[in-house]
Design a protein around this ligand. Structure first.
Ligand SMILES: [Zn+2]
Ligand SMILES: [Zn+2]
Length: 217
């Protein structure tokens, strides 16, 4: 698997060394070769360029992605996440499920954002490709789709200029309130599980976790 991933990533031209390494990591973490993840990856690179920023290593950039759940090519969100560094665990990837292939990329420090939207004709091509029409639609897993069907779709986004793949609007002003994170943990008095202090509840003057709390919100 790793060798196949390395080979396919090495065969793509025009990537900077760092972009190639992150794409290799992205493919390993994503797990399969498809068309959605790489479209998101290149769209993410386009967003970074438009904002004039580098891949986020801390928490100063945020992505709000409109991809939904339960539809094809949702893998797009993973590509955006891996390219921009706006990851779920860092709390800087927010999904607003609208079933659309667009996202806002926000530079929290400068208070600027760009909106990146995958072009309709690109998406139509991806949806009409054999990967979806002959395999995915029949319930075949991406890992079971032949290489000659899956790989062209994976590579295609990298052969395009940014403006052929996405529409970029902005940068425009966009301010997000900088919130202080919680650094305290508390033990739930009922189940004993550790809980971040900003998530604990009080019930009859006892500190409880959300699961143990009898009140419903
Ligand atoms: Zn995928
Ligand atoms: Zn509890």
């Amino acid at each position: 698997m790793f060798e196949r991933h390395r080979n396919i990533v090495n065969s793509i031209e025009g990537l900077k060394e760092e972009e190639r390494e992150f794409l290799y990591s992205a493919l390993n973490i994503h797990g399969h070769i498809c068309g959605g993840m790489p479209m998101g990856y290149v769209a993410g690179l386009a967003g970074l360029k438009a904002l004039g920023i580098k891949r986020e290593r801390n928490m100063d950039t945020m992505a709000i992605i409109n991809v939904g759940n339960g539809h094809a090519a949702g893998c797009f969100a993973d590509g955006v996440q891996f390219a921009t560094g706006c990851t779920s665990g860092k709390g800087i990837l927010k999904k607003e499920p609208k079933g659309k292939w667009s996202f806002l990329l926000i530079d929290k420090k400068k208070g600027k954002a760009v909106k990146v939207t995958l072009k309709g004709e690109i998406l139509k091509k991806a949806f009409s490709a054999p990967f979806i029409q002959d395999y995915r639609i029949k319930g075949i897993n991406p890992t079971d789709i032949p290489e000659n069907i899956a790989e062209p779709g994976f590579k295609r986004p990298f052969s395009l200029q940014f403006d052929q793949l996405v529409k970029v609007e902005g940068p425009f002003d966009f301010h997000i309130e900088k919130k202080k994170p919680c650094f305290k943990i508390v033990e739930c008095s009922m189940c004993g599980e550790m809980v971040a202090e900003n998530y604990v509840k009080l019930e009859e003057e006892k500190v409880v976790c959300i699961d143990c709390c009898g009140y419903k919100f």
